[in-house]
Design a protein around this ligand. Structure first.
Ligand code: ADE
Length: 418
């Protein structure tokens, strides 16, 4: 079995953490047990490019239990948990190519190593596998039945591929499932982003002015949790409807330049490029803290900062402090990479349970869906999405009510009015 790991000696520690996470992933565990008997993925080769965490390890175990051969690489150079890689290789016999802190060349070498299994299914978080196959490994396209995508940024890339007519196989947008983005993007990102900022800085949120860029599901969750910690939250948005929603959720909404002057902590969650740039750095207070929780490390324009700063100092394990010509210091966390995975452990297992249940069942659907899919981006079928919600509720010991006959009839009728 091929792999690239930092140190297989870390396997015992990794296995304990994987098992700990598994305790909070009851839906995935149920799927794994069914997969073990039914083997819906027998003989299927799956390449996964995901954050290599304890939760992802339990997904990889599930796919393997279903009969798949799995090769896993990282979807971000800084999110890999090396002990998880070690355990996956040593204890679970899964090929993993990931080393925390790998450089860009190694990152792409690892993507290509995972692709060397000649996948029939690709599973992405950010669409790097799909784009590499379409750009550099087109020989592999003939084997690919379809793929699935975990995150908003990846779905945007895939839809752009569809628009340009270059997507050569069907894709399932796992991100867009209700049981994914309502929970993972909102509660998962909300908690893990604050966790990352705190682990990196040990800063007190109470009384701090926290500027959230982007009021999508991730921004909403992070704004909500920052307020819960006592922060004075300011939202910066470009979409008038989302901005209005932020106002009515009780947040202060400002333009980015105005916010740059007053903020203490800045967090980007937009999926866009150069969201915080020179014109903002120039206005920030001395000691401002700047972090990104969007998928790619392009939201904070670090090249801008590198150009203007007269000094850069690495002052804590996840903080680079840049001193501007006027003397103000800007603290950039985790090199602008997604703070929740670079400085903390990503979303808690309980929420990844649903995201990865969607991934597992989407793989099964691609293999035996019985529907002819075109080369387009598809949602997770609604019956799968709702079933995951039902299973999660069961696991949480919560019941939902049923409609009475009279209520069903009422909902189906149009004659009854006032
Ligand atoms: N994305 C966000 N949090 C994650 C986690 N814990 N594992 C895998 N992918 C993630």
């Amino acid at each position: 079995m091929k792999y690239d790991a930092r140190d297989l000696g870390l396997a015992d520690k990794g296995r304990e953490k994987i098992e700990w996470a598994d305790e909070s992933m009851p839906v995935l565990k149920m799927i794994r047990e069914r997969f073990e008997t039914e083997k819906p993925l027998e003989g299927i080769r799956i390449a996964c490019c995901l954050h290599v965490t304890t939760e992802t390890a339990n997904l990889a175990r599930t796919l393997k239990a279903g009969g798949a051969e799995v090769a896993l690489c990282a979807s971000n150079p800084l999110s890999t948990q090396d002990e998880v890689v070690a355990s996956l290789v040593k204890d679970y016999g899964i090929s993993v190519f990931a080393v925390r802190g790998e450089d860009n060349d190694t990152y792409y070498k690892h993507i290509n190593s995972a692709l060397d299994i000649e996948p029939q299914i690709t599973m992405d978080d950010g669409a790097d596998l799909v784009s590499t196959v379409h750009k550099d490994r087109r020989d592999l396209l003939k084997n690919v039945i379809g793929g699935s995508e975990e995150t908003t940024t990846g779905v945007i890339r895939l839809k752009a591929m569809q628009e340009h007519g270059v997507l050569e196989h069907p894709m399932i947008a796992v991100n867009d499932a209700m049981t994914k983005h309502f929970f993972d993007n909102r509660y998962g990102t909300g908690q893990s982003t604050i966790d990352g900022v705190i682990r990196a800085t040990n800063i007190l949120f109470a009384g701090a002015r926290v500027v959230i860029f982007g009021y999508g599901w991730c921004g909403r969750g992070t704004a909500m949790r920052a307020r819960g910690m006592g922060g004075n939250v300011i939202v910066v948005e470009i979409d008038p409807v989302k901005a209005l929603e932020a106002v009515m959720d009780g947040f202060t909404v400002m333009g980015s330049l105005e916010a740059a002057r007053v903020g203490d902590i800045f967090i980007t969650l937009t999926g866009n490029i150069s969201v915080i740039r020179k014109e903002h750095f120039d206005l920030m207070k001395d000691g401002a803290i700047v972090a990104n929780s969007g998928h790619f490390n392009v939201e904070i324009d670090i090249p801008d900062l590198e150009k203007v700063a007269k000094n850069k100092k690495h002052i804590r394990s996840e903080i680079d402090q840049y001193t501007l010509p006027g003397g103000n210091r800007i603290n950039v966390l985790a090199e602008g990479r997604l703070i929740n995975l670079a400085a903390a452990e990503g979303h808690p297992a309980s929420v990844m349970d649903m995201s990865f249940a969607n991934q597992s069942l989407s793989a099964e659907y691609l293999i035996k869906g019985g529907v002819k899919l075109e080369n387009k981006v598809y949602p997770v079928p609604e019956h799968i999405d709702r079933e995951i919600a039902r299973l999660k509720l069961d696991a949480l010991g919560c019941k939902v009510d049923d409609l009475t006959g009279k209520q069903k009839e009422y909902l189906e009728s149009w004659e009854l009015g006032t």
